[in-house]
Every structure is written in C-alpha cells, then in structure tokens.
Design a protein around this ligand. Structure first.
Ligand SMILES: Nc1ncnc2c1ncn2[C@@H]1O[C@H](COP(=O)(O)OP(=O)(O)OP(=O)(O)O)[C@@H](O)[C@H]1O
Ligand SMILES: [Mg+2]
Length: 467
C-alpha cells in the first residue's frame, strides 16, 4: 500500500496544527520550525533556520531555557508556562512541552511543542487586578466585605436537619479547619459559609469567594496564587486570593470543577500553609480558612475523577451535607413566611400569607431549585399580587402545571375520588399543622373548622402531631 504518511504530508500536517513546533539540534541551533511557531514569534523561517536559539530569542538564557535543560538532562518537561520576548520585542507566554531526541541513547536534539496563551494571560492579569481592586481596598482598611451579610440567624428552618446543620456550623465556626459543604443548587451553601465566617474569630477579616467553575485552569491559578512580574498589562507583582484572604476565609465554590493539577497545588497549600505566586521562587506563609463547596456528591465526584481523593480527605475533616428542600418540607412554612416578610419590606407590599391551596401545592411540589426557587416564586407573586393572599393565580406556570397534574395524577392512578380527596385533605391538614407548629387550635382556625373536627380528621387520616 502507498505510504500516505510521507514527508510531504507530514510537512502539511505540521504546518496546519495550531501548536508551535520547533526542533533544536544538540548545539542549540534551530533546525525546524512550523508555520504556527513562525507566526507567534513573528519570524521568517528562512532567516532563522540554522541560527542559534539565543540569537532568535535574545531574552532566553541557558539556565532558564527549558530546551537547554532537556538537551542537558534528556528528561522531558511537560506543560510549563514560559514568558519570553520574541524577535520583534513582543512578550509572549506559552505553555510548553519539550522532549529529547535520542540516537543510540545519546541526546541529539530536542522537540518543543508550544501553545500560545498570551491573550489568555493578559486577560488573567486584568482579572486579577480587578479582583484586587475589589478585595484589596477593603482588606487594607480592615473593613468587612459587604458580601458577607448572613449570620446563623438568617438560616431559616425548624427541621431536624437544618437545626443540626446550624448547631454544627456554630461549633465549627470557632476553628480554622477546612470544611467541605455538599448540597444541590439553591440549598443554601453560600448562606451557610457566610454564617460560619461571621460566627467565628475571623469575622472581622476578609471573606473572599471564588467560583472554581467560572474560570479556565490557567486563569484560576493566577487568581488564587498570584503572579510575579513578567506581566503584560503592567509589570508589577500581583497577590492572589489566598494572600488577599489572609487572616480570613477563602470560599472555593464548585471545587469539583477545579482542574486536578490545581487541586494538587491546593492540597499542598493546605498541608504546609504556604503559597507560591506563579513565576516566583519564594513562598509566602498564609493563614486562610478554606471552605469548599460542591453540588455533586463528593463520592461520585471522586469516582468520576473530578475530585482528587487526597484533597477530599484533607478538606473533608468537617463535612456538612445540606439536604434538598423536598427532604425537609417542614421548613417550607417558615421559609414562606420569611420570604413574604422580606419582599413585603423590599417592594412595599402587605401580603399576609398563602392560600390553603397554595400551601398544599408547596408541600407536594419537589422544588428542584430548592430554597432559591421558593424565594423566586414568592418574589414573583408579591410583584404581581393585587390582594393580600398569595393564591394559585400568582404562581408561575411551572407550579400551576404541576398542580393541574396533581389532579390528573389521581385520575391516572385510577384513584377513586374519595381517596384522591382524602390525599388532598391530608396534605392540607399537615400543612396547617406545620404552619402552626403543631398547635391544633390554631391549625383548626386556619382551616376554618372547629377544633374537634380537626382532631377527628387527624384520627381518620392517621396524622400524628408527635411525628
Ligand atoms: N435556610 C435558609 N433560610 C433562608 N434563606 C435561605 C436558606 N437557604 C437558602 N436561602 C436563600 O436561598 C438562596 C440560595 O441560597 P445560596 O445561594 O446559599 O445557595 P447555594 O447552595 O449556594 O446554591 P448554588 O449551588 O446554586 O450556588 C439565597 O437567596 C439564600 O439567601
Ligand atoms: Mg452558591
């Protein structure tokens, strides 16, 4: 068969890949350079082939050049960031991998493959500067960041689960051990993290939050650890969030989205309490409490390979799981009341409560967006309400549709009308009791039935207030 992987085709391939590729012989002379590499460095291949590397890249030195290190040691180097000045005096940052070329065990040259990240790097430095402007100023004046507004009192709920979370939170707030919080979207992770920061000794120090899913690994590393000179936007050193959070708390949200490489670096910081800015040879001691959050079960994240086991062991000394709202429906009445009060005040309303029908929908619905969804439902209702009761018509389509299906569910299940009505009655009675903290007289008056009737119904429907 015809050999399609011939020299001509290899040349085409090499010229059309987006990474730069160079080959250097053992004397340090450039023997090959593909098109991508020539474009990045703004060089004319005809002019530089055969020239010494330091002639082409005057800013390189033998001690700092990775190519020379590979020529010397014969050991490949993977994915290291390098900043240099090209022939036209432009600063370029690349991620390089360099491999030795050996002939009968002897090093005869090196291949360097590089990805140009100059634009990404410049963007990252701008971002770090912005972060510094946000956090740095407050830090210097010792003013608490405004984002940290919540305390344990703001965590509403009387379910066993939420009371336990609050009591653990209060205790662990006093220490500096790392904490891992797991909960689905909208369950109140950020709220809890802020309450812990505010409830402990670090309350007057900075609180810095970073979502690890929001940024690519390269940017995140610079933002967390800082960078030293070699900049593009400005040539000064930049502290990272670890340094800005010194003395305080660093909240790393969606930790499972952090690259595994960066997770390893984070683990090192947790172990020795020192950070190294990118490009720096020195390390700095930092005193930061790490609180990490994940909305994926950590065990599943480990299995899937998105969370390092060793990091998990280090940060899971204290683990707090926040259950979904559907698994602690007892909290719904209090939360409902809380959000009504909040939005009454905010948008000048005077809403008194929710109708029995709405209460029953709230109890049956499974709240995929958890507390955030409940809050939005109430905020929306208060925006469009005319009277002082939230009734069905003020609920969003999704809940109305759910309510309609509740009826058809009963039909689908072939439930006799008597049983379907009984189910509905049971939900309403439960809701009224929950809302009134199991006070039967008050629940009866909410349902507008005599106390004895409620007691009779509870017996018939097998509802026990002690459960
Ligand atoms: N127990 C609670 N009491 C009062 N408000 C709560 C409670 N839990 C959550 N909230 C409110 O619900 C909203 C969502 O909470 P938060 O932002 O803390 O959720 P999260 O778990 O961080 O969600 P995500 O994973 O989507 O970031 C916030 O407005 C928060 O104040
Ligand atoms: Mg959050």
């Amino acid at each position: 068969m015809e050999n399609l992987l011939n020299q001509k085709n290899i040349d085409i391939i090499l010229d059309y890949v987006s990474d730069g590729i160079q080959i250097i012989n053992k004397d340090g002379k450039l023997v090959y350079c593909n098109r991508a590499s020539a474009i990045v460095d703004d060089i004319n291949r005809g002019d530089v082939i055969g020239k010494h590397l330091f002639h082409v890249y005057p800013s390189l030195e033998e001690q700092t050049s990775f190519t020379f290190r590979v020529l010397r040691t014969g050991i490949p180097i993977y994915n290291v960031e390098q900043t240099y000045t090209n022939y036209r005096n432009k600063k370029i940052t690349t991620i390089n991998s360099t491999f030795p070329i050996k002939d009968s065990g002897e090093i005869v040259g090196a291949i360097e493959i590089s990805r140009n990240i100059t634009d990404v790097k410049a963007l990252s430095e701008k971002l770090i500067d912005l972060q510094n402007q946000i956090h740095g100023g407050k830090n210097r004046e010792g003013i608490k960041s405004d984002e940290v507004k919540y305390t344990f009192e703001d965590i509403i709920g009387n379910s066993r689960e939420i009371l336990k979370i609050k009591s653990i939170g209060v205790k662990v707030a006093m220490s500096s051990s790392p904490i891992l919080i797991y909960g689905n979207t909208g369950t109140g992770k950020e709220l809890l993290v802020q309450a812990i920061h505010n409830g402990g000794r670090r309350r007057n120090k900075s609180f810095v939050a970073q979502n690890c899913a929001a940024l690519p690994a390269n940017l995140l590393e610079g933002i967390l650890f800082g960078t030293v000179k070699g900049g593009f936007t400005d040539a000064y050193d930049r502290p990272g969030l670890f340094e800005l959070a010194h003395g305080g708390t660093l909240f790393l949200d969606e930790i499972n989205s952090m690259s595994l490489e960066l997770q390893a670096k984070l683990l090192r910081v947790l172990q020795d309490g020192r950070i190294r800015r990118i490009g720096d040879i020195n390390t700095t001691k930092v005193d930061v409490r790490i609180i990490a959050a994940t909305n994926v079960d950590p065990e599943i994240a480990i299995k899937k390979g998105s969370l390092r086991k060793d990091l998990y062991y280090r940060i899971s000394t204290i683990t707090i799981d926040i259950p979904d709202l559907k698994d602690r429906k007892e909290d719904i009445p209090l939360l409902t009341e809380h959000f009504i009060k909040k939005y009454n005040k905010r948008i000048y309303r005077n809403v008194k409560g929710i109708s029995g029908e709405v209460a029953s929908i709230f109890q049956s619905y499974d709240w995929p967006g958890n507390i955030r969804e409940l809050e939005h439902v109430i905020e929306r209702a208060l925006n469009i309400i005319d009277g002082d009761m939230i009734t069905l018509e003020y609920l969003p389509k999704s809940l109305i549709r759910f309510h309609r299906n509740m009826g058809t569910e009963a039909l689908k299940e072939n439930l006799p009308l008597k049983d379907a009505l009984e189910n509905f009655e049971r939900r309403m009675v439960r809701e009224a009791l929950l809302k009134n903290h199991n006070n039967i007289s008050q629940a009866a008056s909410l349902l507008k039935i005599p106390r004895q009737t409620l007691q009779y119904k509870m017996k018939k429907l097998k509802i026990d207030v002690n459960i």
